[in-house]
Ligand binder design. Structure first.
Ligand SMILES: NC(=O)c1ccc[n+]([C@@H]2O[C@H](COP(=O)([O-])OP(=O)(O)OC[C@H]3O[C@@H](n4cnc5c(N)ncnc54)[C@H](OP(=O)(O)O)[C@@H]3O)[C@@H](O)[C@H]2O)c1
Length: 332
């Protein structure tokens, strides 16, 4: 098409800003806690999906520092930029979130009550200020919630989620049950004593593999906006595909490791002391809730199950990590 000088050009130029406003912006994802277990798996899953979709997404891996080379593996991932952002530092957070379209929020529990709340609320506020369009937050297991919950981090998550709800940032919260990866603490008792410690009096729980949590979070993050609408504002409990007590767990260990593994009973305080070297009140309180049978539910949340049917079993997890329980290798 030929344009007559002095006629169509100005009209086209005047339409340019309008056309630009309809151009879909590049997707930029911010993932927190990448040096940790949940954020690390979310990062890996998002990179995998980026490759499968052949997309040009920018992925910002937020880490608070690079001490001990913990972030080096992220440098090699396609599309990933490692960004230093301590959640206490609002300026760093705002810089890290500038231009981001979607974000994943997870923060480790802290010994000092209120610190996790302050960190996550900082992140939510900065996400709002930078116009992030959608956020997925990792919460904790359903039975631990409440402003008067006996476990401090249960109270913190309750406050943070209230804050998120009133922030106006579109979100979905995931409430994962116990991570299967927590069973790494059994390595020591299995290799030394051929047993696992139990203080739950055979109460069951819906252990979930962190990779299922990550898969769910990433599906939500990359979902087309119209489809995602049905999940905005939702809180989903996410459990694994089966309910297990410690007797069943010991049976799986025995079969996969091909050696008898027994169960040693103790009280929640003794359990916390045996595993963590002190009768940590938070751990003991959490184990008491479990002992009282409150974790014996599997998610039936239709909204969650539309996103993902958690599928990784405990048996699979032990099979994949059998070398560790036989005294060899190092968990990545
Ligand atoms: N364990 C379970 O069974 C379970 C189940 C359900 C939910 N949860 C929830 O999951 C969360 C913990 O996740 P996780 O197991 O992945 O923890 P994790 O492995 O301990 O990782 C925590 C991450 O948070 C980062 N972090 C902490 N403070 C920070 C700060 N001020 N600024 C920036 N980053 C900071 C850590 O960075 P550094 O590496 O620098 O410390 C790390 O990357 C908790 O909120 C917990 O309630 C846990």
């Amino acid at each position: 098409m030929f344009l007559k000088r002095g006629s169509s050009f100005p009209i086209l130029l005047s339409l340019l800003p309008l056309a630009m406003s309809f151009t879909p912006s590049k997707r930029i994802f911010a993932i927190t806690g990448c040096t940790g277990r949940t954020g690390g798996e979310v990062l890996k899953e998002l990179v995998k999906q980026r490759q499968l979709a052949n997309a040009d997404w920018e992925i910002r891996a937020l880490v608070r520092n690079r001490r001990g080379h913990r972030a080096d593996w992220m440098d090699q991932l396609p599309g990933v930029k490692v960004v230093l952002a301590d959640m206490k530092d609002r300026k760093a957070l705002r810089d890290a979130l500038r231009g981001c379209t979607e974000a994943f929020l997870v923060c480790g529990n802290t010994a000092k009550e209120g610190e996790q709340t302050a960190n996550e609320e900082n992140f939510i506020e900065c996400a709002k200020e930078e116009g992030v369009k959608y956020l997925v937050k990792a919460g904790t297991a359903d039975p631990i919630y409440g402003t008067d919950a006996p476990v401090a981090y249960g109270r913190e998550h309750t406050h943070i989620e209230g804050f998120l709800r009133s922030s106006g940032v579109p979100f979905t919260v995931l409430h994962p049950c116990f991570y299967m990866q927590n069973h790494l603490i059994d390595i020591s008792t299995i290799t030394k004593e051929r047993c696992i410690y139990d203080c739950t009096r055979a109460s069951k729980a819906g252990w979930i593999d962190i990779r299922d949590v990550a898969e769910c979070a990433v599906r939500l993050l990359i979902m087309p906006e119209e489809e995602r609408q049905q999940h905005v504002g939702a809180t989903y409990e996410i459990t694994g595909p089966e309910l297990l007590d410690f007797q069943l767990i010991a049976k799986v260990y025995s079969e996969v490791l091909d050696t008898p593994i027994s169960v040693r009973d103790m009280t929640p305080r003794e359990w916390a002391h045996a595993h963590f070297g002190n009768p940590d009140a938070a751990v003991a309180d959490m184990m008491q809730i479990w002992r009282d049978g409150h974790f014996a539910t599997m998610t039936t949340d239709e909204g969650l199950l539309k996103v993902l049917q958690p599928h990784r079993t405990f048996r699979q997890w032990v099979q994949e990590n059998a070398g560790l329980y036989k005294g060899g290798g190092k968990h990545e």
